[in-house]
Design a protein around this ligand. Structure first.
Ligand code: SAH
Length: 424
């Protein structure tokens, strides 16, 4: 370890694309270092008689080369950077000597003082790379890095002036409702937006975090006039984007899962406005999970079908083959189905699904008001009525529900929801 009075290291961002980097040793440390080197585009050669399966995997996929033998001094020929990771002190010292001779910077996992370069704790946030060097205490640098990244992600640190905002429309899926369940990319798109057009089910807590100069539009309150509401949303998005604004169209779950997101993409394309999509965590899979129900489970369900219940069985515009659904043995997840459960239960039983099929109804998934009702297909509609379940609710049907309810009824099963509560 260098004495405290040592000068601080000089930080630099190495541009390693296409440049030779040698990693000596193929164990756990090499395994941790290799992915970032590969991501930087370096031509990585790992020299080591043995490697971990992960390092070997990088070699098999052609991302790096692995030379399966002991280190030789000539391995550093042509190298720009060396990372030494073996646990053989003599080898590590030899590599350091060779690197010094060639004026190649050398990282030493075993001896920070002997190293000529240190690896910072690194993370990225969009186009930014955050690197923290704390020579004596890697845990401290990692936690400072985490703190900076989480504040960037939560919007506590915003450098709006530095942002290179591009006009256009980003379709962002916000997840089932809890603000923690949006993706990092989704959160960043919100931070960078000039205009946010939000649906009712988009996580509203995230809107509260937006900078005061962001124009927030509640899509449910748009005047409909003669145009249908979808058309007025499209017109508004396109108008703002044409005025050079960065627009986020913000929805619950995933925009392309019963979210009409692709209609908006089509409208953008037709108007010649650039658009992109940030996928969200769909409630179809996350709401069951938050209630402790896996939509698949080995040996129990090998298929899962997601159905919109916005049209009842037998409706002339319905595209669902309810008889076929009734014959499936796996999991069925139904969205927007609360009000038509009586018709659905009848159709599924008529098609042959057992009345005893386990079902669960999860209302307000991921919200403080989340609650779950366990029932069976024959009692489903009645129980939903009795418990006064209101939308938004997700219905899960199939044997996975029985597996889950067994577990949640076990004392001390240890399962807690996001807020740390035991299941209701
Ligand atoms: N695009 C959304 C789904 C939109 S349809 C997604 O991928 O999640 C709206 C339906 O989703 C609701 O009627 C309800 O069935 C379900 N839903 C959305 N959020 C929910 C939540 N927090 N809890 C339970 N169900 C939810």
């Amino acid at each position: 370890m260098p004495p405290v009075s040592d000068p601080a290291p000089y930080p630099a961002g190495l541009r390693l694309a296409g440049r030779r980097v040698v990693v000596v040793g193929g164990g756990k440390v090499a395994q941790r270092r290799v992915p970032a080197l590969v991501a930087a585009g370096a031509c990585v050669e790992v020299v080591s008689p043995e490697t971990t399966p992960a390092v070997e995997g990088h070699a098999l996929s052609g991302e790096i080369t692995w030379t399966p033998r002991r280190y030789e001094s000539s391995d550093l020929d042509g190298a720009w950077y060396v990372v030494v990771t073996t646990n053989v002190p003599e080898v590590n010292r030899q590599v350091s000597r060779d690197a010094d001779e060639r004026r190649v910077f050398c990282v030493r996992s075993d001896d920070a003082e002997a190293a000529t370069a240190w690896t910072p704790a690194v993370g990225t946030h969009g186009p930014l790379t955050v690197a923290v060097l704390g020579s004596r205490d890697p845990r401290r640098s990692a936690s400072v890095r985490d703190e900076i990244l989480s504040r960037l992600r939560s919007g506590e640190i915003v450098a709006r002036k530095d942002q290179t905002r591009t006009p256009g429309i980003t379709l962002v899926g916000g997840g089932p409702g809890d603000p923690d369940l949006i993706t990092v990319a989704g959160r960043r798109a919100l931070q960078e937006a000039d205009v946010v057009i939000a649906d009712r089910l988009a996580p509203s807590a995230l809107l509260a975090e937006l900078a005061p100069d962001v124009e927030v539009i509640d899509a449910t309150k748009l005047p409909r006039g003669r145009a249908a509401s979808q058309e007025s949303i499209n017109a508004l998005m396109i108008d703002r984007a044409r005025h050079g604004k960065s627009v986020v169209r913000f929805k619950g779950g995933d925009s392309f899962v019963f979210g009409r997101g692709f209609e908006e993409a089509q409208a953008c394309a037709a108007a010649g406005v650039p658009w992109c999509v940030v996928p969200g965590i769909t409630s179809a899979f996350s709401v069951p999970a938050l209630a402790g129900i896996p939509v698949t489970h080995r040996g129990v369900a090998h298929d899962v079908t997601v159905i919109s219940g916005h049209l009842p069985p037998g409706h002339p515009e319905s595209l669902v083959d309810w008889d076929a659904v009734a014959r499936l043995r796996g999991t069925v997840v139904m969205l927007m189905a609360v009000t038509i459960l009586p018709e659905i239960s009848v159709a599924l039983r008529a098609g042959g699904r057992s009345p005893q099929t386990p079902c669960a109804v999860v209302q307000d998934g991921s919200m403080a008001t989340q609650r779950t009702v366990f029932t069976t297909l024959e009692k489903l509609a009645g129980d939903v009525e009795r418990h006064q379940i209101r939308p938004p609710a997700t219905i899960v049907m199939g044997e996975v529900v029985a597996v889950a309810s067994e577990l949640s009824s076990l004392e001390g099963a240890g399962w807690r929801d996001l807020t740390g509560r035991a299941p209701a």
